[in-house]
Design a protein around this ligand. Structure first.
Ligand code: FE2
Length: 369
């Protein structure tokens, strides 16, 4: 057993293996994630490697691995996913030591199978994967790679273009948030508890997360060693349409709302992202008038945080800095969070109100509030 695992955990997970997006044009999406977010080219599969129906580009930055896949055919599950949802996350792949057991244990507890355990081999060894459905059309793939020495998965070749913009200091996935439908938060929290053995870390209701116009409710589910954290949001009734409702309208189903990526130096990382064209949500300048009295002393220069709109929150264990991008596609669906944790293990509850007012301003501009 791996040292980071908890005795009795029926689904031990070592971490996030990769996140796969189904997109309209994987080649161009890869260019965007390299240019804007500093991901490095790693591997490729497509026509040149014998695939007939799709191309996939694998990008990596430290421990974050993104796979961008698009269809080569008019009719395929990848094309269908893009037609319905736009570009979005299809696979949240989890790194496990035993993909067969992960499948058996979760399916036995009620998971809907996506893929039976399957072994893939090449000269570098073997990888076993299996998969189950979660909310919407999103799936969890269990990836067992302990007997594999290749760059990504069998079938992929090294992708080494001359264009490699520098990384920006994103280290690993901190959490991935799912938006689920009206009244479904508890159903999916129970799914993660019963089927995957997760426990609930925190819960927010509409009193925590509401503005004059919109509201949402959220529960954070985590696995045994806390390496996997999945907040789940559902819309709550407000005077106007909430951002969760807007997401559901445009994604046409539950799905991944945002991926939070951790950095050790948020000002440097956000400066680099900003200079490469990433657009962030801005909170009103008045936020910075009161932030220090709310969170106390911090190491960072408040002027630098204010320049970009980096938010601060504190809990019993320390503080955190966070910032949110605007959606990265035309539909107001998937966006990113950049987070730096200085002791705090929470999710920025103290920032929700300021943040939501900022999102509402964006919604107003889109005519979807
Ligand atoms: Fe988040």
């Amino acid at each position: 057993m791996n040292s980071n695992q908890i005795p009795g955990d029926f689904l031990p997970i070592n971490g996030t293996d990769h996140v796969e997006f189904y997109v309209g044009n994987a080649r161009q999406a890869a260019h965007y994630y390299m240019t804007a977010f500093g991901f490095q080219p790693l591997a490729y599969a497509g026509l040149e490697t014998g695939l007939k129906d799709r191309s996939s580009y694998v990008l990596r930055q430290n421990k974050i691995t993104f796979v961008l896949t698009s269809s080569l055919l008019p009719e395929s599950p990848v094309a269908g996913h893009c037609k319905l949802h736009g570009d979005g996350v299809k696979v949240i792949a989890l790194w496990v030591d035993d993909a067969r057991k992960s499948f058996e244990e979760t399916v036995k507890r009620g998971a809907k199978p996506y893929q039976e355990p399957k072994t893939f081999t090449d000269v570098n060894g073997e990888v076993i994967t299996s998969g189950i459905y979660t909310y919407g059309e999103t799936v969890h793939l269990f990836v067992e790679r302990k007997n594999y020495k290749g760059i990504f998965l069998p079938g992929f070749v090294k992708w080494d273009p001359h264009y490699k913009p520098a990384p920006v200091g994103l280290k690993h996935v901190d959490h991935m948030v799912g938006n689920v439908g009206w009244g479904e938060m508890n159903i999916w929290a129970k799914f993660y508890a019963d089927v995957m053995g997760f426990t609930q870390l925190v819960s927010f209701d509409d009193k925590d997360i509401s503005t004059e116009y919109t509201a949402l409710m959220s529960k954070v589910m985590a696995n045994g060693n806390l390496r996997i954290k999945f907040p789940l949001n559902e819309p709550a009734a407000g005077k106007k349409k909430s951002q969760i409702e807007e997401y559901l309208d445009f994604y046409h189903s539950p799905g991944v709302q945002h991926i939070a990526m951790e950095t050790d130096h948020i000002v440097e990382t956000v400066t680099a992202l900003y200079n490469r064209g990433v657009e962030f949500l801005k909170v009103p300048m008045s936020y910075y008038d009161s932030v220090l009295s709310r969170v106390g002393k911090i190491d960072e220069d408040i002027a630098a945080l204010r320049d970009f709109g980096i938010l601060v929150d504190r809990d019993d264990e320390g503080y955190l800095l966070q910032i949110f991008t605007k959606p990265v596609e035309d539909r107001p669906t998937v966006f990113y969070e950049v987070i730096q944790r200085k002791g705090a293990k929470s999710f920025g509850k103290g920032n929700f109100k300021a943040l939501f007012e900022s999102i509402e301003l964006e919604q107003q501009n889109r005519g979807t509030l």
